[in-house]
Design a protein around this ligand. Structure first.
Ligand code: C2E
Ligand code: CA
Ligand code: CA
Ligand code: CA
Length: 281
């Protein structure tokens, strides 16, 4: 039994080493991905529930190594954060998204949401990076929404002053801030009152499953929407996949929705077509 135990440890050790090696290889390939033009941004429409028009898009990064399948962000964002690569990658996404959406904004008033990782907000010049992206692209600050997770603002019960400083400065310029994946973190609700935020994105985990009406799911979604509206925060439901979910969200007074029911994230030219159709409808 002792032998077997030792074998297991050796095997585990080996697997761990292989995993680390694989991660290191991925980081190396990712390092050159910006220069080699392998990163791209897809856009997913955000729909205003009152009239079902597209008012904005969320920028979602993709990695396309030549001759390989597209790598989804869940496979490399974590590694990019650990290695610090998320700083140049995040700056690239910001510039690219602002540049692309500036044209849509001029034509149709479209706004863009960009994901920002905690690591980016620890950079002293994060605010400057954002203002530069706006200036270069000509996109007005009011057309940019930064999506952050609760953990960015409150870490183990303490407010993270540097992140708050960046976001407060940017909000003074007109940029808006959305709390992403709302309801999945464990921080106190007290922060909603005091922190520099404008929108709550209700995590897809809260969408009621298809089938008979789910009273508990409905109660939770209603509670979040009521909480947000009491604090003058606007609400966006994510992961909306069915007409039933849309009907419920409308009834409960949710402002906007995003999900496969309306569209998957798509390349920029396809998003442009969706926006044009929505404006003409
Ligand atoms: P997220 O910010 O919560 O983005 C929403 C994710 O839900 C996207 O996955 C989107 O494709 C997916 N989604 C949209 N509608 C539906 C739906 O109706 N049903 C389901 N099941 N899923 C839906 P994606 O594009 O794979 O991105 C995954 C995560 O990667 C994002 O989650 C975000 O945390 C991160 N990410 C993506 N782009 C960036 C980026 O530029 N910077 C940073 N820091 N993180 C990013
Ligand atoms: Ca997001
Ligand atoms: Ca989310
Ligand atoms: Ca997420």
């Amino acid at each position: 039994a002792k032998e077997a135990g030792r074998d297991q440890v050796v095997l585990f050790d080996q697997q761990l080493r292989e995993k680390r090696l694989e991660a290191a290889r991925t980081v190396e390939r990712l390092r050159g991905a910006i220069e080699r033009d392998e990163l791209l941004v897809h856009y997913q429409p955000l729909v205003r529930l009152a009239d079902e028009r597209i008012t904005g898009v969320e920028a979602l990064i993709r990695w396309q190594p030549p001759g390989e399948r597209m790598v989804p962000p869940d496979r490399f964002i974590g590694l990019a954060e650990d290695s610090g690569l998320i700083v140049p990658i995040g700056a690239w996404v910001l510039r690219e998204a602002c540049r692309v959406v500036a044209g849509w904004h001029r034509e149709h008033g479209t706004v863009v949401s960009v994901n920002v990782s905690p690591r980016q907000l620890r950079e002293p010049d994060f605010g400057v990076t954002v203002l530069d992206a706006l200036r270069e692209s000509g996109l007005p600050a009011a057309a940019l929404i930064l999506e952050i997770t609760e953990g960015v603002l409150v870490d183990a019960g303490t407010v993270t002053e540097q992140a708050i400083g960046h976001l407060s400065m940017l909000r003074a310029h007109g940029v808006r801030v959305a709390v992403d994946d709302f309801g999945t973190g464990y921080s106190s609700l007290a922060y909603l009152r005091d922190l520099p935020i404008d929108n709550l994105k209700i995590d897809k985990a809260f969408m009621p499953a298809p089938g008979p009406p789910d009273q508990a799911a409905r109660t939770l979604v209603k509670a979040i929407i009521d909480l947000a509206s009491g604090l003058s925060l606007s609400t966006i439901a994510e992961g909306v996949e069915t007409a039933e979910q849309v009907a419920l969200l409308r009834e409960l007074g949710c402002d906007r929705a995003q999900g496969y029911y309306y569209s998957r994230p798509v390349p920029a030219p396809d998003a442009a077509v969706l926006i044009l159709q929505s404006a003409g409808a």
